[in-house]
Design a protein around this ligand. Structure first.
Ligand code: AP5
Ligand code: MG
Length: 203
């Protein structure tokens, strides 16, 4: 597979955020995007915008999102490609929630090679299942996301453990993974990530 770019090649950052549902991908994605002045692209948000807009893609994937099942690799890759390449042209991106399968990681490799937008670091937010359930059930009370039901949460957790965990291992083997304890406060997590990134650039 294609090697990832070194962080020192470009001062703007291209990062992936991978973690189970409720691990704080969205929370940290927004904070890091602000701190690093790059665009935050959340795969789930892109899909939900299609669902709310009742686009052709939205109608195809609405049921899958609600049940906590993954959208087919080809559809999600095509949905993200224009936004990702535009963001990379502007200098960088924080991509939250993609890739979630090894096949998606391979699609990203090909896209990154073609457009020269390879991610430089992959951040893995690690949180135990009990805390994830607590956070998502709490969010269900306030925001009512369609997939924040007990069944939807359980299925998303299972999909992460069975299908996305191998993607974390793939990036670990490539030496680009930054594993972060996602049970800290949001501020602590942001600081931990920013400190680790500046260490990586300084080396
Ligand atoms: P997606 O929208 O990505 O949902 P998810 O992975 O289930 O994760 P969440 O968005 O629920 O949580 P998060 O990690 O962003 O945490 P957040 O910051 O919100 O994907 C939804 C669906 O889209 C998938 O199930 C699938 O159907 C489809 N999809 C998406 N990507 C796909 C792909 N690549 N391939 C195929 N299908 C795809 O935080 C959660 C809560 O915790 C919030 O209330 C927050 O305030 C709180 N919180 C955050 N950090 C902390 C902290 N440190 N301490 C305490 N509370 C915290
Ligand atoms: Mg999210």
């Amino acid at each position: 597979m294609a090697p990832l770019a070194e962080p020192t090649q470009n001062p703007a950052m291209r990062l992936l955020l991978i973690g189970p549902p409720g691990s704080g991908k969205g929370t940290q994605g927004e904070r890091l995007a602000e701190a690093l002045e790059v665009q935050h692209i959340a795969a789930g948000d892109v899909l939900r915008a299609h669902v709310y807009g009742e686009t052709k893609l939205g109608l195809q994937v609405a049921g899958l999102l609600k049940e906590g099942e993954l959208v087919p690799d080809k559809l999600i890759t095509e949905a993200l490609t224009p936004t990702l390449s535009a963001a990379a042209e502007e200098g960088g991106y924080i991509l939250d929630g993609f890739p979630r399968t090894v096949a998606q990681a391979e699609r990203l490799d090909r896209l990154a090679q073609r457009l020269d937008v390879a991610p430089q670091r992959v951040i893995h937010l690690d949180v135990d299942d009990g805390e994830l359930q607590r956070r998502l059930l709490e969010r269900a009370q306030s925001q009512g996301r369609d997939d924040d039901t007990p069944d939807g949460i359980a299925r998303r957790l299972e999909v992460f453990r069975t299908t996305t965990a191998p993607v974390v291992e793939l990036y670990r083997e490539r030496g680009v993974l930054l594993a972060v304890d996602g049970a800290q406060t949001p501020d602590e997590i942001t600081q931990t990530i920013l400190a680790a990134l500046s260490d990586a650039v300084a080396r």
